[in-house]
Ligand binder design. Structure first.
Ligand code: HEC
Ligand code: HEC
Length: 295
């Protein structure tokens, strides 16, 4: 009897600890308000462009396509996920969000209520963004004109529930993410833009069967639906100089004289062509760093 009680207590204890480990809300260091200075808004606007947020969150109707009112259905093998309205509308958007809500969502994939976002929102790439960058983006988003637009909940297979993402996040944590430190500041900035803000790996890095990025083959190319995504790792870009890469990011023109198409054309148009020259140089330096003759 006593033995049984002890076993039960131990079992309950372990279950409780496991549940806590899975569901504990992330620790957020900053609290309070989203900054409102014109400077933060301007910085944020640039970061939202560099972060490619509009590729997914751009409104899908004629009235909303100049805004971030969302509605795009992102089809994956795990269901269709709709990019939400991220304009500051109180009822259908993020108008009531504070600083902590933005940090929790972008860096930890957690809803203001503590619930889980699906990783079709590339929050794992954004997890290493600096708090300052996240809050500047928040400042910009909160300065936009509110647009009323209700976006549908994702349509997922019956077995898939939001709480399962708790376990998925832990598995993804275990498989790690690159954390090299570069002694060249330009390459370091390029790594931040490529891996985090610009989330190039979300498309270009292959995934395992659970959809977790395989960093042992970072940038080695992937398949997204029926689209083939070329590798952009050291081997693939061996012939590219940093200058080639700069021109590609600005115009989508490859060294072989072809223009890139498909989703990458969109990335060039809405994201990399609008970066500062310094940031394009940084991306070019990062991706061609193996190529010492590049320049
Ligand atoms: C690849 C597409 C994609 C990109 C790029 C993307 N998002 Fe999202 N985002 C989503 C999806 C899909 C969701 C909802 C996920 C879900 O339903 O669980 C989401 C959710 C959000 C939410 C939560 C909104 C709410 O109402 O709960 C915020 C805030 C957000 N994204 C901001 C951003 C910002 C800022 C950027 C750019 C730095 C960005 N997103 C880039 C697809 C994307
Ligand atoms: C939404 C998915 C997506 C994202 C995000 C993305 N790419 Fe791509 N990329 C593609 C696709 C698809 C192609 C192939 C397009 C084609 O075949 O014309 C491609 C092609 C390329 C190529 C050409 C490779 C070759 O040899 O032809 C380069 C270089 C490249 N991407 C770099 C980047 C960089 C740098 C980033 C981050 C700033 C990035 N991509 C982000 C989808 C993406």
């Amino acid at each position: 009897m006593f033995k049984k009680a002890v076993t039960m207590t131990v079992f309950t204890g372990i279950s409780a600890i496991t549940l806590l480990w899975l569901f504990l809300p992330p620790k957020i260091s900053v609290s309070g308000e989203v900054p409102i200075s014109g400077e933060a808004v301007k910085r944020g606007e640039y970061l939202v462009i560099a972060g490619g947020c509009s590729s997914c969150h751009r409104g899908q109707t004629e009235q909303t396509n100049e805004s971030l009112a969302g509605g795009l259905g992102i089809e994956t093998e795990f269901g269709t996920f709709f990019a939400p309205n991220i304009t500051p509308d109180i009822t259908t958007g993020i108008g009531s969000w504070g600083a902590e809500d933005f940090l929790r969502a972008l860096k930890h994939g957690r809803r203001p209520s503590g619930g889980f976002y699906f990783p079709s929102f590339p929050y794992r790439a954004y997890s290493k963004l600096s708090d300052e960058d996240v809050l500047s983006m928040a400042a910009y988003l909160m300065s936009l004109r509110p647009v009323s637009m209700r976006v549908p909940e994702p349509s997922t297979p019956p077995w898939l529930a939001r709480w399962m993402v708790a376990g998925w996040n832990k598995l993804a944590d275990l498989s790690g993410s690159p954390d090299e430190i570069y002694d060249d500041a330009l390459v370091e900035r390029g790594a931040y833009l490529a891996r985090n803000l610009g989330h190039c790996g979300e498309c270009h890095t292959p995934r395992n069967s659970l959809g977790i990025l395989d960093y042992s083959r970072e940038f080695a190319g992937a398949e997204l639906g029926d689209e083939i995504i070329e590798p952009i790792d050291g081997a693939a870009l061996e012939e590219w100089t940093t200058n080639n890469f700069d021109i590609f990011l600005l115009l989508g023109l490859k060294p072989d004289g072809e223009f890139v198409g498909g989703d990458m054309g969109e990335v060039i148009e809405h994201n990399t062509s609008k970066l500062t020259e310094g940031d394009r140089d940084a991306l070019a330096a990062f991706f061609t760093r193996h190529n010492s003759s590049g320049g």
